[in-house]
Structure formats: C-alpha cells, structure tokens
Design a protein around this ligand. Structure first.
Ligand code: KG4
Ligand code: ZN
Length: 342
C-alpha cells in the first residue's frame, strides 16, 4: 500500500505583540513553536503600543521563522503550505506576518492560506486532544474577543453570544492597571487572587437582557473603579488580593454560567475554552466543576497554546488547506475581520 505523504504547514502569527512561527505536521503534531514576546517592551507603557509592536515584528520575523524551521528539523522545501494570521488584530502588526508569508509562498511556489486569528485560538484545542472533533461548544476569551460559539465543523462557526463592550481579557488588564499590577494584567490578577477572598466584595455579574449568551464586562470594571475611588476618598486602604479575587469571581461566574447553559440548551456534551483568559486558573477550576456536574467533557489547551502562538495558526491553517482554502497575492491584513468571514 502506498504510504501517505506527511503534510507540513508553516504557521505565522503577528497580530498583536508576539512574533511567532511554528511547523505543524499532519494537522495536529507540533514540530516547533517559536514565540518572541514583546511584553517587556510594552510593559513600560502599560499596554501594547502599535507602532513599537510592528517595528519589533519586522526585526524578529525572519529570525523566528528560521528558528521554527530549524527546531522542527525541516526546510522550506518540505512545507506544503504557508498559513498566516491576516486578521483581526493591529494592522501594522498583521502586515508584517502577511508580507513575510506572501514573500515565502511566492519565492517557494507554495500555497498561501490566510487564517482568522480566533479560528486559530479554537484550533489550539486540537493539539493536545487528538480525540476532539467538531461539533462542540467553545468559549473564546482573549484580550480582544469574548465569543460563545458552536464549532460546527473545522473553521465553521455559529455565534451564540459575544461581548457587548469590553473583552474578558481587556477587563482583566484594565482592573489590573487600576490596582497597579501592570501589563498584561490577567496573569497578575490570577496570581494575587490566590491570596484573596473571592467573597470579600460583591461585584455585579452583568447579564444582557434578552440575550442569555451575550456578555458585558464594562459594568464590573466600572464597579471596581468606583470601589477604589470611594476607598480613596474615605482614606481606606484596599486589600488588592481580595479585590482581585472578587473581581475574578464575578467574571468567572458569568463565563461558566453562559458556557454551560449553551452546552445544555444546544445539547452538546463537549465544551472547549480558547484564548489567553482560558489559562486563568480560577476559570479552569470553576468550569471543570460545573462541567463535571453536568456530565460535559471539558477541553482547554495548555497555557502556552492559550495565549498567542503560531502552532494554533498552523493547525487551523491545515484544516483550511485540506478544505481547499487558498489566498492570492492580494491577501491583505484585515484588522476588523469577523469570525466566519473569508
Ligand atoms: O489570546 P491572547 O494572548 O491575545 C489576544 O488575542 O487578545 O489573550 C491575551 C489576554 C490578555 O488580556 C491577558 O491579560 C489575558 O489574555 N490572560 C489572562 C491570563 N493569562 C492571559 N487573563 C486571566 N488569567 C490569566 N491567567
Ligand atoms: Zn489571540
């Protein structure tokens, strides 16, 4: 019998502040996963500075791609396609990855596959869970997005709910900044919350009337700011650990309630989480407990595959590639690319 040829995809990601490249074999095997983070640089300014991000991507992109090929023990000649994030994200950052991918694909006469960044986050779940296949429910919680979706097939989504204002990660980052924890705030809140009492302060769990799967985090964020202002006016000191734990609890409760309700209502026994906030330890614990109670199988990626990386782009790119998705040399960065749009 003829042996099936292995399929290698080079994934490239540069939508925000990580320059990343990875080699993925046969869709789910990660041969390399190189991430050059700019966090230290942006920490100085309390958040991502787009101009600095794109300049740094330009400095790093070739090096990161070479490293990914080297660690995988492969060359460009072995690649079957180049997959690259083309949106959503910061336009100047996206353009660096898209241009690099186009240049390589053109020079090596390889197919070019543009990937939606969020489709990549969802696909991160396929890396460590070989048994996971669509359909399933997925809660996508990152710095820029909060979506509750049905993953109907690879790259096919039905959106059940989304945030009406801030993304979950954005709320974590803003609250962290208000208590002086710095950027990125999510992991810092996660850490100090472990020392705090989640029942110390009751913050509102924002629900959106008539939209059981939508989210709203600006109310919780404002409540935290009001709480801090009142304490300051009264000359009281605030216990940051209690505040972080209470805020985190309010956010986690809403995420868990909505995701589990969606799984039950739509009759799914598989629920996945994706995006940077999916690495939050309190969310993982609370979601695991709720899923166990409801007999739902829960999936989430290791923290390194939750935050931005190119392995997830290579995985999503593979499924797009075998479906026949191809982009031309006119592929452009699309900062506001919608989920499910091509
Ligand atoms: O998915 P991601 O790397 O980038 C986007 O596509 O936005 O997500 C980054 C977000 C940031 O807001 C960061 O604070 C948050 O994920 N995050 C966390 C944790 N780790 C990262 N939020 C809560 N707890 C964490 N452990
Ligand atoms: Zn992301």
């Amino acid at each position: 019998m003829e042996q099936k040829k292995d399929c290698y995809i080079l994934g490239i990601e540069s939508s925000c502040d990580e320059t990343a490249a990875a080699v993925v074999k046969n869709g789910r095997e990660i041969c390399s996963n190189i991430i050059s983070s700019q966090i230290d640089l942006h920490t100085l300014y309390g958040g991502v500075v787009p101009e600095i991000a794109s300049r740094k991507h330009m400095e790093k992109i070739n090096q990161v791609i070479e490293e990914a090929l080297k660690v995988a023990g492969t060359t460009l000649d072995q690649m079957d396609a180049i997959a690259v994030t083309y949106g959503p994200g910061l336009v100047g950052s996206l353009l660096v990855g898209v241009s690099a991918a186009k240049a390589i694909a053109y020079a090596k006469k390889l197919p070019l596959v543009g990937v939606h960044h969020i489709e990549g986050h969802v696909a991160a779940n396929f890396i460590e869970h070989p048994e996971l296949e669509p359909p399933f429910i997925c809660l996508i919680v990152s710095g820029g997005h909060t979506h509750l979706v049905i993953v109907k097939d690879y790259g096919e989504f039905e959106i059940l709910g989304r945030t009406r204002d801030d993304a979950a990660g954005e709320a974590f980052d803003k609250v962290a900044r208000s208590i002086g924890l710095g950027y990125p705030g999510g992991p810092k809140i996660d850490k100090i919350a472990k020392e705090g009492n989640p029942n110390a302060i009751v913050f509102p769990k924002a629900k959106v009337d008539g939209a059981p799967f939508d989210f709203s985090f600006s109310g919780i964020k404002s409540s935290v700011l009001n709480y801090l202002n009142h304490a300051k006016m009264r000359g009281e000191t605030v216990n940051s650990a209690d505040l972080a734990a209470s805020f985190q609890r309010a956010v986690v409760d809403v995420l868990v309630e909505h995701a589990v309700l969606a799984a039950k209502q739509y009759g799914f026994h598989k629920l996945a989480m994706a995006g940077g906030v999916a690495s939050n330890s309190a969310l993982r614990i609370a979601m695991s407990q709720a899923c166990e109670k409801e007999k739902i199988q829960l999936y989430y990626p290791s923290p390194i595959y939750c935050t931005d990386n190119a392995a997830m782009i290579g995985v999503a790119g593979y499924y797009e590639f075998i479906k026949g998705t191809r982009h031309g040399w006119n592929l452009n960065a699309v900062p506001g690319l919608k989920l499910g749009e091509r």
